[in-house]
Design a protein around this ligand. Structure first.
Ligand code: THU
Length: 176
């Protein structure tokens, strides 16, 4: 047995002004996206903005529902809109921010597992990494390149395609 370690790299900035201009502008778009958050239940607004290769910006915000599980996170609202309307225009970067009047946010919102899985799907579909910019009003800005930094053990279907021997083993467990 050996202990293994996985390291991930990300950049931390103290202020938005330290970012390059396209990243800074995308963060401002995520702030704009907060406006359409429908979050009467959590009172926690989340805004997401995607910058596409063409320069087009797509906004998403969390959309809650009185039947709670019917709501959707800001990231997936933006990503599914992209998938439904601009799939040929690759996503270069996605900025995510959050705001609430209930308490002070000191750390960026890190996307939930379901959103990460959707990010993974589209990164794979467009065959190009996305730059993720996570920030909040009174905390650092995290810049993370590529979904595998979030999900190093990500499940990809190539694990199924190359799994001929695994299939055999699963069909015949005593052969293991
Ligand atoms: N939420 C997002 O929109 N994105 C995240 O990454 C985490 C959580 C939303 C869902 C819900 O409307 C509210 O934040 C509180 O969980």
């Amino acid at each position: 047995m050996t202990n293994q370690q996985i390291k991930i790299n990300f950049k931390e900035y103290t202020t938005l002004k330290e970012l390059n201009t396209p990243a800074y502008n995308l963060c401002l778009e995520a702030v704009k996206a907060l406006k359409n958050s429908h979050s009467p239940y959590s009172k926690f607004r989340v805004g997401a903005a995607l910058r596409l290769k063409s320069g087009k910006i797509i906004h998403g915000s969390n959309q809650e529902n009185v039947a709670y599980p019917s709501g959707l996170c800001a990231e997936r609202v933006a990503l599914f809109y992209w998938g439904a309307s601009h799939p040929e225009d690759p996503i270069e970067a996605m900025a995510v921010t959050a705001a609430t009047d209930e308490f002070e946010l000191l750390q960026p919102v890190a996307s939930c597992g379901a959103c990460l899985q959707v990010m993974a799907e589209y990164e794979k579909k467009q065959n190009k990494q996305i730059e993720y910019l996570l920030f909040c009003q009174n905390g650092p800005i995290w810049v993370i390149k590529g979904i595998e930094s979030f999900l190093p053990f990500l499940f990809f279907e190539n694990r199924l395609l190359k799994g001929e021997s695994l299939k055999i083993e699963l069909n015949n467990p005593s052969a293991l």
